[in-house]
Design a protein around this ligand. Structure first.
Ligand SMILES: [Zn+2]
Ligand SMILES: [Zn+2]
Length: 134
């Protein structure tokens, strides 16, 4: 682990590593408070910003505009239902090959990528939610 991390960043990173799902800044704020490691929400955001720039975490933005953070060694993609908000995790990365290719082509140091599919899940379709044709 990088020695340049602040204490807040270390705590947040540890929490994200231990979590089996991506967490919002608000989730992190509440979880840290529960562990008696409370810090202000602004500090949480600042720490997340630093971790993001260092490539230590990755950010996924939901349809609602909320950002979810996770440790960056995860390469996960989802099908997200716009109606109920449920996410189905894909069991493999559809663009893994592409990332390698882009890295070589552009000599770009890629930390991570996001890829997400939005639509209506089978439950919502069964419940009669209108789905556009095609
Ligand atoms: Zn749904
Ligand atoms: Zn991927």
């Amino acid at each position: 682990m990088s020695p340049h991390l602040t204490r807040s960043q270390e705590r947040i990173l540890k929490l994200l590593d231990a979590s089996d799902r991506a967490l919002s800044a608000q989730d992190l704020y509440l979880e840290l408070r529960q562990r008696k490691q409370g810090m202000g929400l602004a500090t949480v955001y600042r720490a997340l910003d630093g971790l993001k720039l260092a490539g230590s975490i990755q950010v996924r933005t939901l349809a609602s505009g909320e950002s979810l953070y996770s440790s960056s060694h995860e390469d996960r993609h989802h099908l997200t239902c716009l109606h109920c908000g449920n996410s189905i995790e894909l069991d493999q990365c559809p663009v893994h090959q592409l990332e390698t290719q882009l890295r070589q082509q552009h000599q770009f140091k890629i930390y991570y990528h996001t890829l997400e599919f939005f639509g209506i899940c089978t439950d919502c379709q069964a419940a009669g939610i209108q789905v556009p044709q095609g």
